[in-house]
Write a protein of this length. Structure first.
Length: 397
């Protein structure tokens, strides 16, 4: 008896597998603009392809809390590491509902290593609804309570600043961040970190604006500077890299900042310090002999405004008893006295001259008292970062 051959199901094609996969798929450009989405995700969201492709960014699909997390942490980490896995977020459907999903994403890079495409896969996590609903209740409570909002702002701000500063051997470092408002995340940032056994990087800057948008630029700027410093020993090249990254970002955000980036290397009895400035106020040098001078970097342009920014550099020797002070313009633009005159650089120079010679902790402590004394006259956030080489001990007898 002839045995009939088994009837095989029709062979799947790659496009059908993509469109009707049990998970949501979408692809975006590096700036987040959606360029492709599968039928499964469209069905989950209750949207048409025309609603999303070419007209919306992936972040537009997220609620406010998840959007902030995406812009300030997830997106920069993805561009640095090339992938993220199993991140719990929510996406908004067409009727305003929130769909809990687990996100996995990878970056497709070109031959030159630059990102071309971001591929995102979303797994339906509605079975975890009880947990997600509890999270939503907590977020709604945070939105309705001022102290909760302040706590969120403070927590987010703390993630944008280094928990500790890595002092090069034989130096003292100190920093302070003064918040002008407890309700908003500021745009000032700083860091000091080792690059090799004999090279350290530092930066301090100020991005345009406040709130979530400023936090997004701050996070992107910090990640970019630290990554670029690993591969470049030229300070101007590091800022040029940052300028390129900020220029490549599209959208309505004003993506620019002022920043000083520096490299420290051992040099005799102290350190050689090279600083590159992109439109930032000049650093102050308090010398061991009691003199104080600005380290001018004239002509340096804002980072992120023009495709090719002018970057200026200066190199100094930081010897025993010397202290280098970097600051943001929130300090020099504070208003003082009855006439609310601006504090400005001349007053800061006089202030520093009254401290020299000094140490990094002492200078920052004095700066904290100065900032607190401005009261309501300090309308913008202000950050200070100082590094010093301890003075040589006096000879005996």
């Amino acid at each position: 008896m002839d045995v009939p051959e088994p009837v095989l199901p029709p062979e799947d094609d790659a496009e059908d597998i993509y469109e009707h996969a049990p998970v949501g798929h979408l692809s975006t450009r590096p700036d987040g603009l959606i360029v492709k989405v599968n039928a499964t995700l469209l069905r989950w969201l209750g949207r048409t392809r025309a609603d999303l492709v070419g007209s919306r960014r992936f972040a537009d699909l997220l609620p406010v809390g998840d959007r902030i997390y995406h812009e300030t942490h997830l997106s920069p980490l993805l561009l640095v590491h090339g992938e993220v896995n199993g991140i719990a977020v929510q996406v908004r459907t067409a009727d305003g509902a929130r769909l809990p999903v687990l996100l996995t994403a990878t970056v497709k890079a070109g031959a030159d290593g630059k990102p071309l495409l971001i591929r995102i896969t979303l797994f339906d996590a509605r079975e975890r609804r009880a947990y997600e609903e509890e999270l939503l209740r907590a977020r709604k409570a945070a939105d309705s309570e001022r102290d909760r909002v302040q706590w969120l702002a403070t927590t987010l701000q703390s993630t944008l600043l280094p928990p500790v500063l890595a002092a090069p051997p034989g130096t003292e470092v100190a920093a302070h961040y003064h918040h002008a408002s407890a309700d908003e995340v500021g745009g000032d940032f700083y860091d000091l970190f080792p690059l090799t056994e004999h090279r350290w990087g530092l930066f301090l800057g100020d991005v345009c604006g406040k709130g979530a948008e400023a936090a997004a630029i701050t996070s992107l700027t910090r990640y970019t500077l630290r990554a670029a410093a690993v591969y470049n020993t030229d300070c101007a090249a590091v800022l040029t890299n940052l300028n390129t990254v900020l220029n490549q970002e599209s959208g309505s955000l004003a993506r620019f900042c002022t920043v000083i980036f520096g490299l420290l290397t051992p040099d005799g009895d102290g350190y050689a310090v090279t600083l590159a400035s992109g439109g930032h106020p000049p650093a102050l040098l308090l010398r061991a002999d009691g003199t104080v001078d600005y380290l001018p970097t004239p002509g340096g342009q804002l980072i992120g405004v023009l495709p090719e920014a002018t970057i200026t550099t200066v190199t100094v020797h930081l010897g025993p008893g010397d202290t280098l002070l970097l600051y943001t313009d929130g300090l020099t633009e504070a208003h003082t006295g009855r006439d609310r005159e601006r504090y400005e650089e001349a007053a800061l120079l006089t202030f520093a001259a009254g401290l020299a010679p000094s140490t990094a902790p002492a200078v920052v402590h004095a700066a904290r008292r100065l900032l607190a004394g401005f009261g309501a006259g300090l309308e913008d956030d202000a950050a200070v970062l100082a590094i010093s080489v301890p003075a040589a001990p006096a000879p005996p007898g």
